[in-house]
Ligand binder design. Structure first.
Ligand code: F6P
Length: 545
């Protein structure tokens, strides 16, 4: 029977919350000069600071007890060893095998998987090298542009990482097309030279509507532009479905496989990372994997109390289930991590947005938080007002590098100061007395002070975590992603849900399929609710004008 481990500890956790409601982080910092060292972890090239949370030793211990009750360690070991933990799909969950050392042995159904992983990575490396050094030729010679066509996990990972690692690009230009909205592909068509472009069709299933539509349009466009039918050399595939890749006409030597034990949103480490490998080269791609492996080793070996992903997960549970905070903001002070919040949206929300437990019974506590965010400092001038003074409390993750990858003097100091200022302001806030004193100091008359001061009060006591890392490089990016992956795993283990299926996206897909002939006007609108039917009628009326 699936168990939600939070439930057993809820009374204790609520008692801690009630106790902590009577104090503030400001007071806790004032009363404990060692608070930062007590509630932070300096690990490798990363400092994980969780001292700005509504937490003390007692509450922290109670949270660690939740992880113990959930048996996180045993569940973690089951995942790493290749047990079928994705029960609703009957699959192992082994994205960690994709970054394990070549001499490790992990079996699924008695078959070693590492050998297969190494074989595919070697093939990817050969192909990437040939594309990067110009030995692989398409109609117009060496490849200048690579376009990854894929959606969800077959897009977000490589697109996010390729942007994040732009300073390491020394390969062909890379482009990403995901949306079935023609605008996405049309904009890329404007900038790519057809004679020297390679399309990579990335789809685990090779049946995803959007990707197949984009891939077919890309093939037709190439045939038209090049004036020939055979454009095979301009296409490669990344998929587990060899029957479909062959049917599409992509030769096996340009098809890079993976396995059903790699979930879409965990697939950037697999063949799905080919576009990234082409951009930064196989060596840097290897460092990206190494960074993730370091996080795996940390997750497997550190005690709960010193385990970064376990703490990330417990803080999420603390706020979601005990304080009732619904959303979680990811705020990278690192412009090249612009797509990181979107990547984490899929990772966290597709994994833990679940309403039943592993055994099918309804969950008894809220699950996955709503994840959102944008890079700082831009966000400061848009939505931070609500984070500081709105009525919802939004726990935030701040991410920032100690060293910039760009040498424009003065910028990084300003960026870092802003990042630190935000978490400080959220934690400290500003009392009415402080607001009044400030206005008085500025020489404002008492009547004005009374009118303005309430608007200048910041409640404070708003929680945040800061990740301060040495530099955003391939290895660090791998580490950061894997830490979040394990956070998601721990939360799923505690809630007793399956973090590795995604049935929630199926209904919309099926209905879209059913609606296509009605949209095309090839079938009568039948069996639809009044709103859907009314919108279809209006659509047909508008398009007939
Ligand atoms: O959105 C549902 C989903 O199945 C994701 O989990 C997956 O990453 C995405 O669609 C794309 O799937 P595929 O790689 O099979 O095209």
């Amino acid at each position: 029977m699936a168990v939600n481990a939070v439930k057993a500890h809820l009374t204790t956790l609520r008692a801690h919350r009630n106790r902590l409601s009577r104090t503030t982080m400001r007071d806790m910092f004032a009363g404990d000069p060692k608070r930062f060292s007590r509630f932070s972890i300096a690990w490798d090239r990363l400092v994980f600071d969780y001292s700005k949370h509504r937490l003390d030793a007692g509450a922290f211990k109670a949270l660690l007890d939740v992880a113990k009750t959930a048996g996180v360690k045993a569940k973690r070991d089951a995942m790493f060893s290749g047990r079928i933990i994705n029960e609703t799909e009957g699959r192992a969950v082994l994205h960690t095998a994709l970054r394990a050392p070549a001499d490790e042995r992990i079996e699924v159904d008695g078959q070693d998987v590492i050998g297969e992983v190494v074989k595919v990575r070697r093939a990817m490396t050969r192909f990437s090298n040939a594309v990067r050094n110009g030995k692989y030729k398409v109609s117009g010679g060496a490849v200048t542009d690579v376009v990854n066509i894929g959606i969800g996990g077959s897009n977000l990972g490589p697109a996010m990482a390729t942007l994040a690692l732009a300073p390491w690009h020394d390969g062909p230009r890379t482009h990403f097309v995901s949306n079935v909205d023609a605008a996405d592909l049309a904009e890329v068509f404007k900038v790519i030279p057809p004679e020297t472009t390679l399309f990579i069709v990335a789809s685990k299933t090779f049946t995803t509507q959007e990707t197949m539509c984009n891939a077919q349009t890309a093939r037709n466009w190439m045939q038209r532009k090049l004036g020939r039918q055979d454009v095979g050399a301009h296409f490669a595939a990344l998929s587990t479905n060899l029957v479909a890749t062959r049917k599409f006409g992509i030769a096996d030597e340009r098809t890079f496989g993976f396995w059903d034990w790699v979930g879409g949103r965990y697939s950037v480490w697999s063949a799905i990372g080919l576009s990234l490998m082409m951009a930064i080269g196989p060596k840097r791609f290897g460092e990206f994997l190494d960074g993730a492996y370091e996080a795996d080793t940390h997750f497997r070996t550190a005690d709960y109390g010193g385990n970064i992903p376990v703490i990330m997960a417990l803080l999420g549970i603390w706020y979601r289930n005990v304080w009732g905070f619904e959303t979680h903001a990811v705020l990278p002070y690192d412009n090249r991590l612009a797509r990181f919040p979107a990547y984490l949206q899929q990772l966290e929300m597709e994994s833990n947005g679940k309403r039943v437990m592993m055994d099918g019974r309804a969950v008894t506590a809220d699950t996955g938080a709503i994840v959102w965010g944008e890079p700082g400092t831009d966000g400061q001038h848009a939505f931070y007002q609500l984070i500081h003074q709105g009525t919802s409390v939004i726990p935030c993750d701040f991410l920032i590098a100690a060293k910039s990858n760009d040498r424009l003097s003065g910028h990084h100091e300003l960026l870092l100061a802003n990042c630190l200022a935000q978490s400080e302001a959220l934690m400290l806030g500003k009392t009415l007395a402080e607001a009044r004193a400030e206005l008085k100091q500025a020489g404002m008359p008492e009547k004005e002070i009374r009118r303005l001061a309430p608007h200048k009060v910041f409640e404070g006591n708003r929680p945040s975590t800061t990740f301060l890392y040495e530099r955003l490089d391939p290895k660090m990016l791998g580490t950061l992603i894997a830490l979040y992956e394990h956070k998601v795993f721990v939360q799923g283990a505690i809630w007793g849900i399956n973090s590795f299926d995604q049935w929630g996206v199926e209904l919309g897909k099926a209905l879209a399929q059913e609606l296509i002939p009605m949209v095309e006007g090839k079938a009568k609108v039948k069996g639809k609710d009044a709103s859907t039917a009314g919108l279809l009628a209006a659509f047909h009326q508008m398009t007939s004008r």
